[in-house]
Every structure is written in C-alpha cells, then in structure tokens.
Write a protein that binds this ligand. Structure first.
Ligand code: ADP
Ligand code: ASP
Ligand code: MG
Length: 474
C-alpha cells in the first residue's frame, strides 16, 4: 500500500448524482491502494456562478433573485441527495440553513447597495460548504467511512478576500489536528475546496477556480505522495477541446510548460496549484472523472517530459494592451520603473510585457476590467511628462486575447516562430504584439478578441500535424 493520496474533484465531477457515483468508485479503488485518501471538492457545477450572480443582482436592487436562486440550489443539492443518501437528514438541514444564510446576505447587500470582497467571499464559499457534505454522505451511504470537513477549520489565510494567500505552516498544524485523526480512523475526509479562513475565523476564498489550489495545499500539508486533479476532460490537452475537438491529451508536461499554459488561460489547472506540489516533489496528475481508466496527464519536473516541437496552444481572453508613448521618453531614466510601479499600486498584475525596439514606447497587457483604472493611474503618474509632451499618449486598446504556444522545441528548432506567424497570417489574423516567455518554452501573440478562435485553430493545426520527440531542454 502506498501512503497518502489527495483527490480533487471539480464542479462537473460533483455536479450530479451520476457524477458523484463516479467519485465513489474512484475513491473505493483508491482506498484499496492507499493508506490515506483525502478528497477535496468544488461546488456543484454552476453553483458558485449562481451565488455570485445572485449577489450582483441583489446589489443592483433585485428583491426576488435571492429566493429564486436559493430554491434552485436547494433542488440541485436535494436531487443529488435523494439518489445518493436519501436518509441524510442532517445534510438536508445543513443545506437549507446555508441557503437561508445566502438569502440573508443577499438581503443585506441589497439594502447597502454594495458588496465588499468580504461579503462576496461569504456568499461564494457557500457552494463548497454545501457540496462537501453531500459527497461525504454519498460515500458513507455506500459503506465508505467519511466525514465532511469545512476548510475554514484547516486552511489559515491572510485577509486578501477573493484571492487569499494560505499560511502553509499554520495549515499543516491544523491538518494534523483535524485530518490525521480521520485517517487514523480509516475515514476519507471530504474537504471544501476554494475556501479558508483568516485569523479571525472570517471565511476567505482563494480566487475563482481556486479549488485546484486547495487540492495542492492539502497535498503539501498532508505530505501526500500524489495529488490527482479530476475534471471533465482527460488531462491537459493540446488545446481546449471546446475550441477544437481534435485536441489530444498530452501524457507528460513539464512544470514550466504547464505553468505557462495555466497562467495564460488553460482553465484545466489553476496556475497557483502547480508550484507548491512540484516544489515538494509531489506527483501531480490531471485525470478525467468520466473516463477514470485513462491515465491523463502527469506533471513532471523540468527536463523529464516527453517533448515535441509545439505542444499546446491556449487563448487568454479579456485582455487590453496599454501603450505609453512619446519621443521625449528616450533617455529619461526610470520611465519603465514608474510605469510598472503605478500599475502595481493599483494592485493590478501585468499579464505580459512586449519589448519595443526603441525607448519610444512601453507596451504591456492587463485584464480589460482593469484597463481604465490603469490608464488613469498612469495619467496621474506622468502628469508632468504629459504636460511637457515628453509623453504624447497613454492608451488602452480594445479587447484582445493572448494566444500562447508552449513547447520546448522552440528553444532549439529554428523556424518554429516563423511557422506560427505563417499559420496565423494565412488564417487572416493580425498579430498586434509578441512576447517570448523567459524560459524560451513559450511564445505569446496578442490578437484582437474576435480573432482568438481563428488563431488558436491555425496554430493547433500545426500541433496536430507535428510529431513528438524527446528533448531535455525545458
Ligand atoms: P473543473 O470544474 O473540473 O475544475 P474547469 O472547467 O475549471 O473544470 O476546467 C476544465 C475545462 O478546462 C475543460 O472542460 C476544458 O474545456 C478547459 N480547458 C481549457 N484549456 C484546456 C486544455 N489545454 N486542456 C484541457 N482542458 C482545457
Ligand atoms: N467553485 C469555485 C469556482 O467556481 C472554485 C472552483 O471550482 O475551483 O470558482
Ligand atoms: Mg477548475
């Protein structure tokens, strides 16, 4: 028997009684091979969105939405329970009281006319707080010893609501106290992903899609041998199969490659979930709940992956290019530092920097939702330079997408960039800016949002036609 395994199941994997039955089988099998099995779950599919949409409508003054949403969510959870654990009255009561809490919170933010990040975390966290007890009851009902665990008991975070950062030392101590006794009793803890609590016990969330990060956190604090992220597709694929159904599973990816893909929009794995496990030498797999017999994708240390020229392409939508331009910028030291400093003070991360050949302009990409704030901050920072016409303009583009192509071959194979540009050019895509990843394992192109699909399909065609080979560069 192997030691400790963490299984994380995403929204679709806990989205219905049928899906949860798959989880039960996966857990049963894992229990025969591993001493300790912990499960981390997302909210049932669509629930986090429904809760947050309900909150947004309440802020806008909608008086009816909260009750309507609560009724729909009650039905969703009760339907699953009816099939999986019809006698779990205490779970039914818990779901009812959780949804009452939602209605009360929605009422409060409607009266206030605004919702703080803290209030939104209280609301968004309810999805996982409801799904974990359902999955746990389903396991118990089939004879697998299990207990639902609220991650507020274990994951201590800072107070950066909506993007909280865990304290791994404190979380490790809490895990020893809360989770090890369950392992010792032979039980499978079913833990809420996505959430934690700050020092004051106030609920926080790790950011949208953050239950993958929770899976990684529990892998680390439980000193697991492996973390398996279960989702609704077989592993990490050459592109999002929703964009191109010809997408293939990539059997092995290096840490660098998956990091670039995840950061630039491959939703299959949350970018924050990779580093903690890889640094601790924990094996990370991405697998399919609905095809558990397929191996999926294994994430391995850099240099060990089976590599091809071009491995995967992804589109990161909802981005804007910011350009700071002016002939008077030439030779003035510190313009770049002040530009990036001003953006950082707005708490905005720069997604990509495109190096211009002269000092006449600085061009970088930020999420479109932050573009106006960033432009204002820069106008303020450079008000003197704008007055003196040393800087002529600070502009934001329309909505763009970043297309990122990953592959170790980029470093060694001449002409790959050329192939990419020929393919996008032939597809009639206008490339607005380019950046090469610092690891030379990736290249990113910025295109107008409406061209994103065309660009991905054109590059994916190259990937589908390329043959894998071994390289140890990335
Ligand atoms: P979960 O709820 O299980 O966390 P997500 O919806 O967050 O699932 O992520 C899985 C989805 O990611 C897939 O259904 C797929 O459409 C999308 N996706 C985007 N890029 C990729 C990729 N390169 N490989 C696999 N899936 C991808
Ligand atoms: N339920 C959360 C979300 O939808 C976390 C997750 O599913 O990973 O963002
Ligand atoms: Mg996800």
């Amino acid at each position: 028997m192997k030691d400790t395994l963490v299984l994380k199941f995403g929204g679709t994997s806990v989205g219905s009684a049928k899906a949860i039955r798959q989880i039960i089988e996966i857990a049963r099998r894992a229990k025969t091979e591993w001493h300790n099995v912990a499960i981390v779950v997302s909210a049932m599919s669509g629930v986090t969105d429904a809760l947050l949409n309900g909150a947004a409508a309440a802020v806008a003054g909608d008086e009816l939405i909260a009750e309507k949403t609560a009724a729909e969510l009650l039905k969703k959870h009760f339907d699953a329970l009816d099939e999986l654990a019809p006698d779990a009255e205490e779970v039914r009561d818990f779901i009812e009281s959780s949804l009452n809490e939602f209605v009360t919170l929605a009422h409060a933010i409607r009266v206030l006319g605004e919702a703080s990040p803290r209030a939104l975390d209280a609301i968004a966290s309810l999805g996982e707080r409801m799904s974990a007890p359902v999955v746990s009851a389903a396991l118990r009902h089939t004879g697998i010893g299990s207990e639902g665990v609220d991650a507020r008991e274990v994951v201590l975070t800072d107070s950066l609501f909506q993007s909280a950062v865990p304290d791994l030392d404190a979380t490790t101590r809490n895990a020893q106290r809360v989770l090890w006794p369950l392992f010792q009793a032979g039980k499978v803890p079913v833990i809420t992903g996505f959430i934690g609590a700050n020092e004051q016990g106030v609920v926080t969330t790790l950011g949208r899609g953050g239950s993958d990060f929770s899976g990684a956190i529990f892998g680390v604090v439980l000193d697991a041998d492996e973390v398996w992220i279960y989702t609704d597709v077989t592993g990490v694929m050459t592109t999002d199969p929703r964009i191109d159904p010809r997408a293939r599973t990539i059997p092995e990816l290096s840490f660098r490659e998956i990091s670039e893909l995840a950061f630039y929009g491959a939703k299959v794995l949350h970018p924050k979930s990779i580093r903690p496990v890889v640094e601790k030498g924990i094996t990370l797999w991405v697998k399919n709940t609905f095809a558990p017999e397929e191996a999926g994708t294994r994430i391995v240390a850099d240099g060990l992956a089976q590599l091809g020229d071009l491995r995967a392409v992804t589109a990161f939508k909802g981005q804007s290019i910011i350009t700071v331009e002016g002939r008077g910028m030439i030779g003035i030291p510190g313009i770049a530092a002040r530009t990036f400093g001003a953006v950082a003070r707005e708490n905005t991360s720069i997604v990509m920097i495109s190096q211009a050949s002269s000092e006449q302009s600085i061009c970088f990409v930020v999420p479109s939702s932050t573009a106006d704030t960033v432009v204002k901050a820069l106008e303020h920072e450079f008000r003197l330079e704008l007055n003196r016409r040393d800087i002529d303009s600070i502009q934001k583009s329309g909505e763009t997408a970043i297309i990122t192509i990953v592959g170790a071959g980029m470093r060694t194979t001449p002409g790959l960039a050329g192939k990419i540009f020929t393919a996008t050019g032939n597809a009639g895509v206008n490339v607005i800016a380019i950046a090469q990843g610092s690891s030379e394992c990736s290249i990113s192109l910025v295109v107008d949002a409406p061209d994103a699909q065309k660009a991905v399909l054109a590059v994916h065609e190259l990937i589908v036609n390329s043959s894998p080979e071994r390289s140890d560069e990335c």
